[in-house]
Design a protein around this ligand. Structure first.
Ligand code: GLN
Length: 289
């Protein structure tokens, strides 16, 4: 079949849902992923024809897109901080805000000898934070925790894909026994970083349906009456496992910046900084022990 005809079918089936521009960009990503063809190839060879076998993944992807599955899940891969990451329904799709968190940590430490650095990422998901840090803070010793075995499977594949060593630990930071195990994994940490679940149930109405219907709720939502549950557990853990002058970095709920400052103060963190993301929303907080 002529590849351009498949593009026409995509437009016919999907334009009402996503608009013409977005459908073009989906199609470009898909032909690059499955056929290794760049967009310009279609312009230069308007009659480019593909085999039945080559068509098949494009039609499978079309049915998934019709069901409003995110393109990253359809392709099974995305890019984060310039690196490739596998994703599936068990992991959040890495967000650009989280790239800003990673960038902050890297810029704080890149001029230091990172060989002695011990870093822990709590709630690692795809492993995007831990793996990017391991990649760019060469020689740092990075551990990463997640409660989901399925997410850790993806994270381990991603560490391999990006050729870094990360020590992955399956456990729940809310479980006090987990703390002892983490400490024994690496005594004291210089950096603890986390992007835990922080969206309150009351904010569900603000969440896009494609996020709500596809991404893991375990990684997203917290109870309205205890939205800082994970941050509290991590601060408690940091009290005995973060080195003196070690730094804690969090991605946070944009509406809870004030509460997060209070929380870090109550655990005696110093040099607390609240930072906005590229959309101007309170998104990152750091504190020094
Ligand atoms: N920023 C994500 C979202 O808006 C939430 C990530 C999280 O809960 N840690 O969907």
């Amino acid at each position: 079949m002529i590849l351009k005809e498949i593009l026409n079918i995509y437009h016919k089936e999907l334009d009402d849902l996503f608009g013409n521009e977005e459908v073009n960009s989906f199609f470009n990503l898909l032909i690059e992923h499955y056929l290794n063809i760049k967009r310009i190839h279609l312009v230069m060879h308007p009659n480019y024809t593909i085999t039945k076998e080559e068509e098949q993944p494009l039609f499978e992807a079309l049915s998934k897109l019709k069901l409003q599955q995110p393109i990253q899940y359809v392709i099974g891969e995305t890019e984060f901080y310039g690196l490739p990451f596998k994703v599936n329904q068990h992991t959040l799709i890495p967000r650009p805000e989280t790239e800003e968190l990673v960038d902050l940590v890297i810029s704080n430490f890149k001029n230091q000898n990172s060989s002695a650095l011990k870093i822990l990422d709590i709630g690692t998901g795809t492993g995007c934070i831990a793996i990017s840090l391991a990649k760019y803070l060469v020689n740092a010793k990075v551990c990463a925790l997640d409660v989901s075995e399925d997410a850790l499977k993806v994270a381990k594949q991603n560490a391999e894909l990006n050729a870094v060593d990360v020590n992955f630990i399956l456990d729940d930071i809310l479980n006090p026994d987990c703390h002892a195990e983490l400490v024994s994994a690496s005594q004291d940490y210089d950096v603890i970083v986390s992007n835990p679940p922080y969206v309150r149930n009351l904010e569900k109405t603000e969440i896009q349906p494609n996020v709500l219907n596809n991404e893991p709720h375990l990684a997203l939502f917290v109870e309205d009456d205890n939205p800082l549950q994970f941050y509290k557990a991590i601060c408690e853990f940091a009290q005995h496992s973060l080195k003196d002058k070690g730094t804690l970095y969090f991605e946070i709920n944009e509406y809870l910046g004030g509460e997060m400052i209070q929380l870090l103060k109550s655990f005696n963190f110093k040099d607390i900084e609240l930072k906005k993301d590229m959309f101007g929303k309170n998104r990152i907080i750091k504190g020094v022990k």
